[in-house]
Design a protein around this ligand. Structure first.
Ligand code: H2U
Ligand code: ZN
Length: 349
């Protein structure tokens, strides 16, 4: 019997069907539990040159209103457009060939400002202000998901220049598309197969066992749990799961929305404390397609994919073996969870 803490092994991701190579022998030294206190970067409350601040003019020439909570606008440089032929297939080369497929894709891209305050971030907003962001996300999913040609609404945030965010003003994006995108399709298939077989959501069963094992939990509250998944690829990757299996942000109760706001604050505050930096990441929610069907197999969750490995500047690169063969990590998910849990002192301070 091999030991997950000692020997190289591969772990299976039951949501995506992918594997990750784990090399724990390379980081056997126990971590000494040092807790760092974050020093918030100094940014002005209002920046006259920021295209997201209230009252300012955006790159496209439109002026933002003097908003006081959240503010949503159509992306001025949208990656997708709502007009065009519906899902039309076209061969790019030889019309008869199956090797040059293309399919038209319609969609809507929006930007969500989390707050009028230029100096804050998702982790530094008060819980009621984060709750307003949760409500905005849910409203957007309802509104965009109701459009006849929209089958999936992806809510996400790129945070930090390292992840390609174009501006430090707290904001995220929403892309609503005609096609259910690749990673969501994979998770749909695996959750559907599991639900059909067991009559429970894959993530409800997973969460129950994670709660019992208590090895990879980062923080919890009455309605949500944040943990480092068994199959995490990025060093400090986490997942946020609802305790009650619910397929969508739109189905959360008021109390659950408060719970989500609270867990997001707890988690992001820990990230910021870990290396004393506004932790860069891409995060986003996965939920049921908005194709009009019921999706009892879908269990709402968020993924956080942060690139940092050892410090504010030392990041993990997905290169070499990972690019060519398979994802790999040295730090185990259990070690990563312990380090994020240890940031609790800094969070409480
Ligand atoms: P990111 O920081 O995650 O890149 O999101 C910012 C988005 O805001 C980006 O997609 C849009 C960009 O197209 N944007 C506008 O719509 N108007 C602007 O004036 C500047 C940026
Ligand atoms: Zn701003």
């Amino acid at each position: 019997m091999f030991d997950l803490r000692e020997q190289p092994h591969r772990r299976y991701n039951p949501l995506s069907g992918e594997w990750v190579l784990v090399s724990p022998h390379r980081t056997k030294r126990p971590w000494q539990g040092q807790v760092e206190t974050p020093t918030p970067e100094q940014r002005p409350v209002y920046d006259p040159t920021c295209y997201l601040c209230p009252g300012n003019t955006r790159a496209g020439g439109v002026q933002n209103p003097n908003y006081s909570t959240t503010f949503v606008f159509e992306n001025d440089f949208a990656a997708l457009l709502p007009d065009g032929p519906p899902g039309e297939m076209k061969a790019g080369g030889n019309a008869e060939s199956p090797l040059f497929w293309a399919k038209s894709e319609r969609g809507i891209c929006r930007v969500v400002c989390f707050s009028p305050r230029h100096d804050l971030s998702l982790g530094r907003l008060e819980v009621p202000a984060i709750r307003a962001v949760v409500d905005e996300w849910a409203n957007q999913v309802t509104e965009l998901g109701a459009l006849p040609f929209v089958n999936y609404v992806q809510v996400f945030e790129n945070r930090g220049a390292m992840m390609g965010a174009s501006n430090p003003h707290p904001h995220g994006q929403i892309w609503a598309t005609e096609t259910v995108p690749l990673h969501v399709v994979r998770e749909s298939e695996h959750q559907a197969a599991y639900f059909q077989r067991h009559g429970r959501t894959l993530l409800a069963d997973y969460l129950e066992q994670e709660l019992a094992m208590n090895e990879r939990l980062v923080c919890t509250n009455e309605h949500f749990v944040a943990l480092v998944p068994f199959w995490a690829v990025w060093p400090f990757e986490t997942m946020v799961l609802s305790r009650r299996p619910t397929p969508s942000l739109t189905r959360l109760t008021g109390d659950e929305r408060d719970g989500l706001a609270d867990i997001l604050k707890q988690l992001v505050t820990r990230y910021d404390a870990l290396f004393q930096v506004t932790f860069p990441y891409s995060m986003g929610f996965h939920q049921q397609p908005t194709d009009g069907a019921e999706h009892p197999e879908w269990h709402l969750h968020a993924h956080f994919y942060p690139p940092l490995l050892r410090s504010a500047t030392v990041r993990k690169f997905m290169v070499g073996y990972e690019l060519l063969a398979e994802a790999q990590r040295d730090l185990t998910p259990e070690q990563a969870a312990a380090r994020l849990r240890a940031c609790v002192a800094a969070v409480a301070a």
